[in-house]
Design a protein around this ligand. Structure first.
Ligand code: ZN
Length: 509
């Protein structure tokens, strides 16, 4: 394939904007870049795709997302609104993930993948949970990703919040899926080992995960998203979250720690020393009211910080804009979080992270030999656009609706806004058929924990409709869950008590 009449943004380390250029693609790689005139002369028989002067650049990368969150769109939370992040987990995300069955897992992923193709996000690192449909859930998502043509890095969030059996099932699902990928590699699929958050993981389960993870596999875990994660870790182990994870061998250059809103200086230092990735999700942090991570300090320290969306829309430029604005208002200083810092996270760091999972060819740049993951953007700047001022054109001018064409590994997934691999109407129609069943189960799950007084809305005429978009993290499992899974005096309850005592005595978890 030959893309002609393109204004190429290469996103090389020394970024270039090349006007009226062409890209010659062979199979899944970019083979050659040159002027439109020179490459059309060189490849006269190759089918040309006219970019008509659009900006042509590498597809976007999302460093942390949750495909399972799609059915939260427009869903009412029964009873009083959650007052803080622990309540958001207990009233929204945990009952919702318990409501998902295999078909819902699949359609939740498909809905997000349609959104990703339309918004030009071509590589997504997902963090999945469906406690009542664990076995094979990563296959459901992998099949959806494969069908979409996008790239995905998948894992299952292991947690103790639904009991020991489900924690084990989560471990097995990660191990099974990683083995499947090792035996049957797919160039657009990769895996990591998922962990929910320190707060819902015992020391024993963390050790079991460490032991089960294949050599060289990293972890993907929420960290210190809310202060409750730190308090829980200090209670359990007399250590802060990152110290505790380090103790259990969870950190390292292949591990992704999401959020880090409540890190102290030593935790940041440990991330730097271990080469662990940190991902920033400003829209989610704002929506949950959890605070603002010290992203600039972490970048100055040399921590590898990537940009994710935490289940918000896959329009990564919206995440750019939010990052750019949030740190200014937080510090009441318009000099904070400059455009180059956002670019560093979203472009260079995310590309380096994606390349760890897909080492076959460089991802995230338009250079000969790189993966042919390319988007067309119909943007007409009315001021000069250069490599130097590009971040500000993106932040103030680019809209994700300007993405007209999405190509991954040399395959066209959307051309002139027409989706070629997924049928959006069919997916949305089936998802709308499934949604009432999921919402009904969700209300049942909420009422199991909070009683029937909060489950009366039935999602028919909700009193409050919240626009919700992000899942996951940290607080203490509510009492009702603990008692349900580990009745007082039960064997598990005693094991837990002994474990707590041991942890206390050992000064560790
Ligand atoms: Zn998350």
């Amino acid at each position: 394939m030959l893309i002609t009449n393109a204004n190429i943004i290469t996103w090389e380390s020394n970024n270039r904007v090349l006007e009226n250029y062409a890209i010659y693609i062979e199979k899944d790689r970019i083979k050659e870049i040159g002027t439109t005139k020179s490459l059309t002369a060189k490849y006269p028989k190759v089918k040309a795709m006219d970019a008509r002067g659009q900006y042509v650049m590498p597809g976007g990368i999302c460093a942390h997302t949750h495909f399972y969150s799609a059915f939260a769109r427009g869903m009412a939370i029964p009873g009083t609104a959650p007052k803080d992040f622990p309540e958001i987990l207990q009233k929204l995300w945990w009952p919702l993930d318990r409501s998902l069955d295999a078909e819902a897992v699949r359609y939740s992923a498909l809905a997000c993948l349609v959104d990703a193709i339309k918004h030009g996000t071509t590589t997504l690192i997902d963090h999945h949970a469906s406690p009542n449909a664990i076995d094979g859930s990563l296959d459901q998502i992998a099949d959806a990703v494969d069908k979409s043509g996008l790239r995905g890095v998948l894992c299952y969030e292991v947690t103790d919040r639904d009991g020991q059996d489900k924690a084990n099932a989560g471990i097995n699902e990660n191990v099974r899926f990683l083995k499947r990928l090792a035996e049957n590699p797919n160039p657009r699929l990769a895996g990591t080992f998922g962990l929910h958050a320190s707060l819902t993981l015992s020391g024993i389960t963390l050790q079991a995960c460490r032991a089960a993870a294949p050599e060289g596999t990293g972890f993907h875990i929420h960290t210190a998203e809310h202060e409750s994660d730190e308090y829980d870790s200090l209670n359990k182990s007399q250590m802060r979250v990152i110290d505790r994870l380090q103790k259990h061998g969870i950190l390292g250059p292949n591990t992704i720690a999401a959020h880090g809103v409540n890190f102290d200086a030593r935790e940041m230092e440990i991330l730097k020393e271990t080469g662990t990735w940190l991902t920033h999700q400003p829209r989610s942090n704002m929506n949950n009211g959890v605070g603002v991570a010290q992203i600039e300090s972490m970048m100055r320290l040399g921590i590898k910080v990537g940009l994710g969306n935490d289940g918000f829309t896959n329009s990564m430029w919206d995440e750019w804009k939010t990052a750019y604005l949030l740190h200014k208002i937080e510090h009441r200083d318009p000099r904070r979080m400059g455009g180059y810092d956002v670019q560093q996270m979203a472009i260079y760091n995310n590309a380096a992270l994606a390349n760890q999972f897909f080492p076959a060819a460089p991802i995230g740049q338009i250079t000969p030999g790189a993966a042919a993951d390319i988007i067309f953007v119909d943007y007409h700047p009315f001021t000069p656009l250069t490599a130097g001022n590009l971040p500000w054109h993106i932040i103030f001018g680019f809209q994700q609706s300007m993405v007209t064409t999405t190509i991954v590994a040399g395959k066209i997934l959307m051309k002139d806004r027409e989706l070629l691999t997924l049928d959006e109407k069919e997916i949305a129609a089936r998802a709308r058929e499934i949604a009432p069943r999921i919402w009904r189960r969700y209300e049942e799950e909420v009422s199991k924990v909070f009683g029937t007084e909060v489950s009366t809305s039935k999602n028919k005429a909700p009193e409050v409709i919240r626009e919700v978009a992000e899942p996951e993290d940290t607080p203490k499992p509510p009492k009702a869950i603990q008692e349900k899974t580990h009745p007082k005096g039960s064997k598990q309850d005693m094991i837990d008590a002994i474990k707590r005592l041991k942890e206390k005595n050992a000064g560790s978890s």
